[in-house]
Each structure stands twice: as C-alpha cells, then as structure tokens.
Design a protein around this ligand. Structure first.
Ligand code: GDP
Length: 603
C-alpha cells in the first residue's frame, strides 16, 4: 500500500468531524454494518461541550490501495504546543474553512506553522450548501492569508475543493455534478507527496504524542523516520539534552484503521505507529535502534504563558461533594497530567499544599480543572497570571492576536473596552450582512475576564477568537476591571429576606437557602469597595418561619458563574473553591480581621 500523511486544520464548527466521518464512509473503510453514527474525531466530553479539540486523534482511510493517515490538529491556540509536534509527522494539510465565515485566527495560527514547515495545503471550502455561503469571498480571504503568512509560490498554487460534508459531496467547481466526495481522495493522492524516507536504514522515530493505557502502559506515537520496526525488537530511547533515557523491548505495535487501533507486527519509514514497551520515554524523545547515537531534532515547543496556583480546599464546606481532597492527591493528579500533556508544567509553590500550574491559557487550565472536578477533586485556585519574561533587561509579556466579528452597532463598545485593555486595532473591515471584522493585537493579560463582558456587550452575538503571537515589551498597567464584592460575615444558610435587602447593594451570586460561610463572596457591590454583609438576617417579626425560603420574598435570579468565568472574575486576594457540584467565590483570607491585616500588608 502507498502512504499519504496529512493533517486537518479547521476552526471549531467548520465541519471537520462531519468531513472525516464522511470520508471514512465513502472510502469503504467501514465494514458495511459498522455503526458510523458515532462522531469520529471529537470524543472527549469536555471537548464536545466547549466545541474544541484537545487531544489529537489519528484516523486512517484506505482508498484505491492508498493508506491516508489523517491527523487531527488541536482546535484552539491554547493547545499550540501540540500543533507543532503533530505537524512534524505529515507531508501536507487539508485546510477546512466555512464557506460563510472564512478563515479564523485559530486557522491562522496552525496554518502559519504548517506553511513555515513547507507543508502543501489543500483548501476545502465546506458548507457550500448554506444559503449564506460566499465561497469566492472566502477563497480571496484564504489567498490573502497565505500571502500574509509568506507562503511559497508552490503553496499559493493550492488546489481548492468546494464541499458539503453534511450532504456528502465535494466538487472542483460549484457547477459540477454534486454526487460524492471522491475528489477529496483524488486531490490528496495527487497533491500530497508520499513520505520520502529510507526504509533500509536503522530504525528511528520521534515521539509526538503520549497516552497512558491501563493494560499496555505508555503508548508512544510518532511517524517512523527511518528503517523498520518489529514486535520484539530491542530499542532505546534518546533525549536531545540528557542522552539515553532507557532501553526496552517492543511489546506491541499499533496502527489506525478507521476509528480503531489495530495490532500490527511491523511498521516502516513513513508509517504513523504507536509503540508500547517503554516506561520512561516521552514526547520529543527519539525511539531508535541501538546503533544510532544522535537523537532526532525535536521541534521547539511553545512555552506556557499563563500560570495559576492550585491548593487544597480549605473552606468550611470542604469534603461535602468530593472524595479527593488532600494535597498529595491533587499533586499526584497534576503531575500525571503533565506527563502526558507537555503543554502543562507543574512546580511546587512556596505556599504549603499548593502547586503552580502553568499552561497555554485560561481555556487549557479550565479544561484541566473541569476534568479533575468531574473525577471527584476539590480544590482552591487563585487567579491566573501571565508569565512575564526578561529580555535584555526589559520586561516582556505574551501578546495575542484577537479577531472579532460583530454587528456594526456593537463595534464601538468593543473598540472602547479593548482599548482600555491595551489592545491596538490592526484592521476593521466590513464583512457583509451588517457585520464588521475587527483585528487587534493585545497583551494576553488584557483578555483575562473579557469573554463574558464581550458576550453581554454584543448581546451574545459576537464571535471572539485569539491566538498567541509571541512576546513583546510590557505594555503598562491595565486599570482594575470591576467593582468590589459583597462578602458574607456569617456562616449558615442564606435567608431570602436578607438577600432581598441586599439586592439594593448590587448583583447577587447566590440563592436563598444555600450554604454560605464567613469570607465567601455572595455578590458584586455596586461600588468599588468590598462590603461585609449579613445574608442570614431574618425579619424582626416573631411569626416568620425560620427556614431560608420565604415565599413572600421575590428574588432576582442570581448571576451564575462557569468555572472559567469564575476564575477570570476573581482578583488577587480572592479564590475560587471548586468541588464536583459547586463553584464558589471566596476571599483568600476568610476571617475578617486577617483580611484587614492582609490588605494593610501585615499578613
Ligand atoms: P467541527 O467542530 O469542525 O468538528 O464541526 P462538526 O463536524 O461537528 O460540524 C459542526 C456543525 O456544522 C454540525 O452541526 C454539522 O452538521 C454542520 N455541518 C458540517 N458540515 C456541513 C456542511 O457541509 N453544510 C452544512 N450546512 N452544515 C454542515
């Protein structure tokens, strides 16, 4: 069988999963009776909820005696580290773009990496069946994007396919007969070159992804760079910096077939293969024959730009929901994560029972915490901070490119708010249907907590995407972002009558009849200062029921926080308490006096 290795680049929702499903179906890779309803690429629950791809998954399609390995690329710039390694396995990319929306910043980030690696692009303009499709405009945008990214002439001469993955057709020209997706296979086989590697040389492979399997242990996946490997071979793992990692015997070799990984006896240069048998080797290590002494060059990995302190839950309500509470359990889980997720770095924090978790952004850190919460962990987290760098004695900070699509009427408020967050507008272009597309460059710092403000300013209609640009000199201080908070001075169950009285003070975050504690944040003050309040105070009348619920009182529904919005909301003296069932905001110091001392710098 011939080989083609390619990666798919697509913005969330542009139809990647639907397209891959359809290619599998139409290549006949599925057995007749195999159930293909299951979505192929996005399988993790959290990914589905957030509409992003985190784990890169591989699929292999067999068509006309050609084996096409299709590698997924992470759908968010927070996961940039993964992208770079994954692209090193392929010889071309399929850029999938929505025929109405056009290319988005995430596509830009991954596309720029792909182009700079010299990979050949094939452009698929998908959802061409939609009534608001504007394929010519989208094609122009893609061309301009490639030019802006310094594509070579050969790369600019990319083939274009128009498709409706949903309806199962793809064509060269929108006038053509729309019957199936064969053209996609043909273009892949014609435009993406076969891996040109030496199958006779000594075996070597660079590890690009790492998984943990309960039965097989570590599974190292990569593309075979040279030679051939067989089950039972004795190999070694080399690291670029530290040399020999370990020696091991290959216990199992696995390759993709459709959705599954199947056992194989052997794999050769060009194949994407998963190896079991090693116990220490990791991503960016070289697995090779013992005759080889120099490891393969590994792509540099985008460094973490944001970090957060995670510690045990020390609120009075600890242990009501979760069963994983101790510092050791949290540490063990985080270190395990860092083993298979190389975009995350864990270090011990100077504080007791606390760890510093560094990653690529709020989203990546949020996903990790959400996973842990679902596994039964309880934790306290401090607000995220960007990681600064010193270059030639000057403080540098991570910068992001932000692209925003909004109705024209909302562009004013967006420009104004982002301006306050040190954003510099780079472009403002009408994008049809009364919408404008705004492009900004701004400190990553300025984006913390902006998402929810953005959604309310644009009545939920705006689309914001961001991608990491690099480090630039510090842009100066950004003004405080919000009003003070209402802090409970009591511990007990909140009382409706008290909450009704507090509503005049600001926005409430809690309902009546919920457990609260002294130092917990229960609302936002309408003024700048924090206010200690008593949400337990009942009516001074004897005939009032003692229960928290008071039918006579009508409360405004409280403001609810998601995990990410809570993390973005809190300030440096505040924390989020995360448990399997609750997300509570609190002061770092729960005791009023300690808080006062801390604010005067005495604690
Ligand atoms: P992904 O996030 O890129 O994997 O996108 P999905 O494959 O999950 O598709 C997102 C949504 O777009 C789903 O509701 C699909 O049914 C829909 N969709 C995908 N391809 C097409 C298409 O060609 N035409 C139309 N009209 N909808 C599509």
């Amino acid at each position: 069988m011939e080989l083609r290795n390619l990666a798919i680049i697509a913005h969330v929702d542009h139809g990647k999963t639907t397209l891959v499903d359809e290619l599998l179906k139409q290549s006949g890779t599925f057995r007749e009776n195999q159930n293909v309803d299951e979505r192929v690429m996005d399988s993790n629950d959290l990914e589905k909820e957030r509409g992003i791809t985190i784990l890169a998954k591989n699929t292999a399609v067999e068509w006309n005696n050609i084996r096409m390995n299709i590698v997924d690329t992470p759908g968010h710039a927070d996961f940039g580290g993964e992208v770079e390694r994954i692209l090193s396995m392929v010889d071309g990319v399929l850029l999938l773009v929505d025929a109405a929306e056009g290319p988005m910043p995430q596509t830009k980030f991954v596309t720029s990496k792909a182009l700079s690696l010299g990979l050949k692009p094939i452009v698929v303009i998908n959802k061409a069946d939609k009534p608001d499709a504007r394929p010519d405009w989208v094609l122009d945008q893609i061309f301009d994007l490639f030019v802006a990214l310094d594509a070579s002439d050969e790369q600019l001469d990319f083939p274009v396919i128009y498709s409706s993955a949903k309806l199962g057709w793809a064509v060269n020209d929108l006038e053509d007969d729309k019957k199936d997706m064969q053209i996609v296979f043909e273009k892949i086989s014609q435009h993406i070159s076969k891996p040109n590697l030496d199958t006779q040389a000594d075996f070597s492979m660079l590890v690009t992804t790492l998984e943990a399997d309960n039965f097989l242990g570590r599974i190292l996946t990569g593309r075979v760079e040279s030679g051939t490997v067989k089950v039972g071979d004795n190999l070694q793992a080399l690291n670029l910096e530290t040399g020999l990692v370990e020696k091991a015997r290959i216990a199992k070799l696995l390759m993709c077939k459709g959705l599954e990984k199947i056992n194989v006896d052997t794999a050769s240069a060009g194949d994407i293969v998963s190896i079991a048998g090693f116990t220490k080797a990791t991503v960016a290590d070289t697995i090779c024959s013992e005759k080889i002494s120099t490891p393969l060059e590994a792509l540099p990995i985008t460094p973490p730009t944001m970090s957060m302190t995670v510690s045990v839950n020390d609120s009075p309500l600890v242990g009501r929901d979760g069963d994983k509470l101790t510092g050791n359990m949290i540490a063990e889980r985080l270190y395990k994560e860092a083993e298979t997720n190389i975009a995350i770095k864990i270090t011990q924090s100077p504080q007791k029972d606390a760890l510093e978790v560094a990653g690529r952004g709020e989203l990546q850190l949020g996903v990790l915490l959400e996973n842990m919460r679902r596994e039964g962990f309880e934790m306290t987290v401090a607000p995220p901070r960007v990681i600064f760098r010193e270059e030639n004695g000057v403080k540098h900070e991570p910068m992001e490119e932000v692209q925003i699509d909004v109705d024209e009427e909302f562009s004013g408020v967006v420009v104004e708010k982002l301006g306050k967050r040190k954003a510099e507008m780079k472009a403002m272009v009408p994008s049809g249907a009364g919408k404008v597309r705004l492009t900004f460059e701004m400190p990553a710092r300025g984006l913390i907590g902006y998402q929810s403000e953005f959604l309310s300013d644009t009545r939920g209609t705006g689309i914001l995407s961001r991608s990491f640009l690099g480090y630039a000199p510090y842009k100066g201080d950004i003004e405080g972002r919000r009003e003070g908070v209402l802090v409970s001075q009591e511990t007990g169950k909140s009382v409706a009558y008290a909450l009704a009285n507090l509503e005049s003070r600001g926005i409430m975050f809690i309902d009546a009849g919920v457990d609260i504690y002294c130092g917990m944040i229960i609302g936002e003050n309408s003024k700048e200062n924090d206010l200690d309040v008593n949400p337990l105070k009942g009516k001074q009348l004897t005939n009032v029921r003692a229960s928290g619920k008071d039918d006579a009182v009508k409360l405004t529904p409280p403001k609810r926080f998601t995990l990410e919005s809570a993390i973005a909301y809190i300030q440096s003296d505040e924390r989020v308490e995360i448990t399997p069932n609750h997300i509570r905001l609190r002061k770092a110091h729960l005791d009023i006096n300690e808080r006062k001392k801390a604010s005067k710098g005495k604690l």
